[in-house]
Design a protein. Structure first.
Length: 240
């Protein structure tokens, strides 16, 4: 049986993390799945670590705040060390729906894709919509992504995605700290991996505050687009 790990990066998610973990465990029980979970506590200043330890939630407590890129890479290092076949990035804020994990994992298990992105935009499934400014920014980044990689990716900033064993190894060795989702997607495409998108529904946060503030949206978009242009000039090869 293939081993699937759900990696949950968490920073100040004490109000959310137990509910998110329980949703995965309940899904496992009802559907006879066996998704493992690891929470990467990114040196939270609230009670995230205490909630995890009190409720026997598997957790790695980082002693320094590494940011989203460092936290997620820690999860991939864990997945690589423990020889998982598939790793799924899954938010700790309640936005991602466990019911869709099978949709992003199955194409990998069936050897039809190397990375699968859970997308809000390939079909209009989600009732939750991000701000208009952010949607415009995502479209612009998507256009740059196509220019750089010659492949259309609709939800370029989605953090709900699954990767196979080869990419787990790749990400365990090298992973960007800033803008990790669009940057790694572009790099993976340049390395000729197969990247698919599947439609998922996302929900509003059940607590806490998004790490990307409205005033940062334009700055985020410009920096991602510049980074993508740099990626276009580079040559990439697979780690294995």
């Amino acid at each position: 049986m293939k081993k699937v790990l759900i990696v949950i990066p968490a920073y100040n998610e004490e109000k959310n993390i137990l509910r998110v973990y329980n949703s995965i465990m309940d899904y496992n029980k009802k559907n006879k799945t066996n998704y493992d979970v690891i929470v990467i506590n990114d040196c939270s200043t609230d009670g995230t670590s205490e909630v995890c330890h009190k409720n026997d939630i598997p957790v790695v407590d980082l002693i320094h705040n590494l940011g989203i890129g460092g936290a997620v890479q820690t999860g991939y290092k864990y997945a690589c060390y423990h020889d998982y076949d598939v790793a799924v990035q899954f938010d700790g804020d309640g936005q991602h729906d466990i019911r869709y994990v099978k949709d992003i994992v199955n194409p990998i298990l069936e050897a039809k894709a190397d990375m699968v992105i859970g997308s809000r935009f390939v079909e209009e499934k989600s009732t939750f919509k991000s701000t208009k400014a952010r949607r415009v920014g995502i479209k612009i980044i998507s256009a740059f992504m196509k220019f750089v990689t010659h492949k259309k990716i609709y939800d370029v900033t989605s953090g709900f995605r699954a990767i196979n064993k080869e990419i787990i190894y790749d990400f365990a060795l090298s992973y960007p700290n800033e803008y990790p989702e669009p940057i790694t997607t572009a790099e993976i495409l340049k390395k000729k991996y197969r990247v698919n998108e599947v439609a998922v529904e996302m929900k509003e946060r059940i607590g806490g505050v998004s790490s990307i503030r409205a005033w940062k949206s334009a700055y985020y978009m410009m920096n991602v687009c510049l980074a993508l242009l740099i990626i276009k000039t580079r040559r990439y090869k697979r780690c294995r």
